[in-house]
Design a binder for this molecule. Sequence first.
Ligand SMILES: [Zn+2]
Length: 63
Amino acid sequence: MERKIIQVNDRLRLKKPHPCGSREWKVLRLGSDIKMECLGCGRTVTIPRSKIEKRIKEILPKE
Ligand SMILES: [Zn+2]
């Protein structure tokens, strides 16, 4: 299985949209859990890395 490499400040597009309608998140902190901010509504969540890796559709290029 392809291993995704996630870095701080990466923008991620997930398979399922957040309730606000946005699919894009910015990575704030990495560890065994990943803290990310929704780019639609600004909410932050902390989710185990293994869960996020399954939910990522793509990692967007850096600006
Ligand atoms: Zn949101």
